[in-house]
Write a protein that binds this ligand. Structure first.
Ligand code: ADP
Length: 523
């Protein structure tokens, strides 16, 4: 049986590293004991080594299941470079190559075979795999197995049933960088992984500086940012194909070396544009969320989101494509309230059933609250992922560096909360803001809200400021919106305590102005 010392030796001799990163040794130890395990480690945390080292130590062929076709080739190439027998089997192969590799695999010629999940649906492939000596099976991007994950793939899940029919699978290793507690539970139960064998090093990425900018002219910001970071590589995510083409055209006109990518482009064009970015022929990639899965570019210095994405899982994964080399990098989200409408529209248009849509609305609400919270942005996200370890404020994000002290906003909060109560907790932020502003809107008259004692109680503020303050109260858990399509405000227990003067509300003064974004060229 292989020993832990041997795995350290491989780390040094083959990969040139002196020590394991957090989580790696723990996962390797489990695999040496032939125990199933789950690793949750941040992007760039070094997940590949966790299965590569056991694969080099164990007898037989390790099957690495990965949805990332483009990454398979890179991984196989780097293993071949260090003299390890590896290959991949996916839809990009010619028939001849496929047959050749299948034959080699059955002869036991490979230590590693990377496979796309869909492969298991082919009878011939499954039969062949049943006859080989498997050392173990690793599931990369394991969150794709779970229905609760943001990137669920049915073919991934069906493998779970299929591998149960294989004669001998000594153990399984699952790896992911994004998993909420529901997803973790789901993976654990599907793959029979105990809590003790679940290694969670957390998601925290110390080198990422998160920023939220509100009320910006998005095009102008992007143009200025890119021109200030001309030597940096970065990705700009846009919500629609049309936005991608607009931003791409604008940067092209400015003489920026830019590529673009969305699902509407022909396959060959997509590959070409992607390659331009990977080889640094283009410094900037403008893309929809179709771009990025499987892109292993370590020197991405910034990821700008033109608009708010649909949930925090997607945001953290997309933003996390910055700084995989550990160097400081910016993640900028340009937020405007219209982004919420766009995401709702996209959910409505989707093919999801009603229950799934409700889940998406709930996630969208957390994403929106991220844009309004006054807490440390990283801590907000870690809380969302239920990473309960104690984390200090990052001191780098927009909120940590805003410089504004927290002020006592109890009285303002009480005005909003009592207004929500008087409106019978049946309306959303927009109408509530109108009542507090004392608006003469038709709807106000219609419901006789101009008769309420809270009517016009905040008339010194603009409707926009009041709405923003209401969103802040939602983000901080004083108000809830449920998970309905039309978010109706209701009071939480925290709000009741505020109304009874049992709790006071200290918040940072929110600004709609631009915040500073680090300029690493001059810093
Ligand atoms: P992930 O799949 O978790 O995003 P990778 O496996 O691609 O991360 O690893 C990211 C980078 O970290 C790679 O360049 C890898 O060689 C490097 N790396 C992995 N393990 C170690 C280690 N123990 N010490 C130093 N660098 C490491």
């Amino acid at each position: 049986m292989a020993t832990f010392e041997e795995s350290l030796d491989i780390l040094k001799r083959y990969f040139g590293y002196d020590q394991f990163r957090p989580g790696q040794a723990e996962l390797i130890r489990r695999s040496l004991n032939k125990e199933n395990s789950l690793g949750i480690m941040p992007t760039g945390g070094g997940k590949s080594l966790c299965y590569q080292i056991p694969g080099m130590l164990e007898q037989g062929t390790a099957l690495i299941i990965s949805p990332l076709i483009s990454l398979m080739k890179d991984q196989v190439d780097s293993l071949l470079t260090i003299g390890i027998k590896a290959t991949y089997i996916n839809s990009t192969l010619t028939k001849e190559d496929y047959i050749e590799r299948m034959q080699q695999m059955q002869r036991g010629a490979y230590d590693f075979v990377y496979i796309a999940p869909e492969r298991f649906d082919h009878h011939g492939f499954f039969d062949a795999v049943s006859r080989i000596n498997i050392s173990f099976i690793a599931f990369d991007e394991a969150h794709c197995i779970s229905q609760w994950g943001h990137d669920f793939r049915p073919s991934y899940r069906s493998i779970v049933e299929r591998i149960k029919q294989l004669p001998l699978v000594p153990f399984i290793m699952a790896l992911t960088a994004t998993a909420t507690p529901e997803v973790i539970k789901d993976i654990q139960s599907l793959l029979a992984i105990s809590d003790e064998n679940t290694i969670n090093t957390g998601f925290k990425r110390d080198n990422l500086h998160f920023h939220i900018l509100k009320g910006q002219d998005k095009q102008t910001f992007i143009k200025d940012y890119v021109s200030h970071h001309a030597t940096d590589s970065g990705i700009i995510y846009c919500p629609t194909r049309k936005n991608v083409e607009l931003v791409h055209g604008m940067l092209l006109k400015k003489g920026v070396k830019v590529a673009y990518y969305h699902a509407g482009l022909p396959e060959d064009k997509r590959v070409k544009e992607q390659n331009k970015f990977i080889t640094d022929e283009a410094m900037v990639m403008v893309a929809t969320n179709a771009f990025g899965m499987g892109i292993d570019k370590s020197n991405v210095r910034f990821v700008i989101h033109h608009s708010m994405p649909m949930n925090i899982e997607s945001y953290y994964q997309e933003a996390g494509r910055a700084g995989r080399d550990g160097e400081p990098s910016d993640c900028v989200l340009l937020f405007s309230p219209q982004d919420i409408q766009l995401q709702k529209f996209l959910i409505e248009q989707s093919q999801l059933d009603d229950e799934k849509k409700q889940q998406e609305y709930k996630k969208l609400q957390s994403m929106t609250s991220y844009c309004y919270t006054d807490q440390c942005l990283i801590r907000y996200m870690l809380q969302y992922f239920k990473d309960t370890r104690a984390h200090n404020d990052c001191e780098m994000c927009t909120n940590c560096t805003a410089g504004t002290e927290k002020v006592d906003r109890t009285v303002d909060a009480q005005k909003v909360l009592s207004c929500v109560m008087r409106m019978n907790q049946r309306f959303g932020a927009t109408l509530t803001a109108k009542v507090l502003k004392g608006s003469k809107d038709q709807k106000i008259k219609q419901f006789n809200f101009d008769q309420l004692s809270t009517y016009g109680l905040m008339k010194h503020l603009t409707e926009k400021q009041i709405t923003q303050f209401i969103h802040l109260l939602v983000a901080e858990g004083y108000l809830e919106t449920g998970d309905q399509r039309f978010p109706v405000l209701s009071l939480t227990q925290k709000a009741v305590d505020v109304l009874k003067n049992k709790e006071s509300v200290w918040l940072r003064q929110q600004t709609i102005k631009e915040a500073e974004v680090t300029d690493y060229n001059t810093a």
